[in-house]
Design a protein around this ligand. Sequence first.
Ligand code: HEC
Length: 184
Amino acid sequence: MNSTHKLIMVLSIALTLVLGSLSGAGAEDFSDFVDEKGKISNPGDVRTAWSHLGSWIVPRKSDDQYGFHDVYTRQSTIEAYQKTGQFPDGAMLIREIRNVDSASLPTGKTFWAGVLQSRFVMVKDQQGRFPDNPHWGDGWGWAHFEPENPEVNVSQGYKQDCLDCHVSARGTDYVNVRGYPPLR
Ligand code: HEC
């Protein structure tokens, strides 16, 4: 490599660093799953890579959210919560609602989580970043995805679609922590 090549290389590395630090100043730094306008994207298969917080079952078919509910977050969020009692900025909670499958097994009449029906996502926002976006408020971003079209947030807005229920957990930052042993 001659000295001109070296100079070009050094300059291009410097330019990359400068551009990287400029673009990292905004929403990108906040979350890999939130764009600069507050659009929340579906984090994909969390069951293999994230930590399991807890499970619920809504056993009656007549109930809206009938099914197995499994909730996941990152290991680092559990660690931060254990230290501070709060969800860190950018923390994500994923709730999957799945079919209830059942059979008579050697354990008895047994139920387990089957096919995915829907996914609910909450993203912690300590700064109120998106005041004009209907999917953000009360300290969180809120989204609902269906498996047929996993990138489309089908929620009309958290005030209509989420808050009525989640207000019952307002004392614990709108999260139903009673079902999550790692947070207790
Ligand atoms: C019918 C009431 C109801 C509605 C509507 C609802 N939720 Fe929930 N949500 C709950 C309850 C209760 C839990 C915990 C127990 C369970 O899953 O059965 C929960 C759990 C969650 C969790 C796991 C964290 C936690 O609070 O335990 C996420 C994430 C979540 N909901 C997101 C949403 C989003 C986003 C919306 C709106 C698009 C929404 N929910 C609408 C009642 C509701």
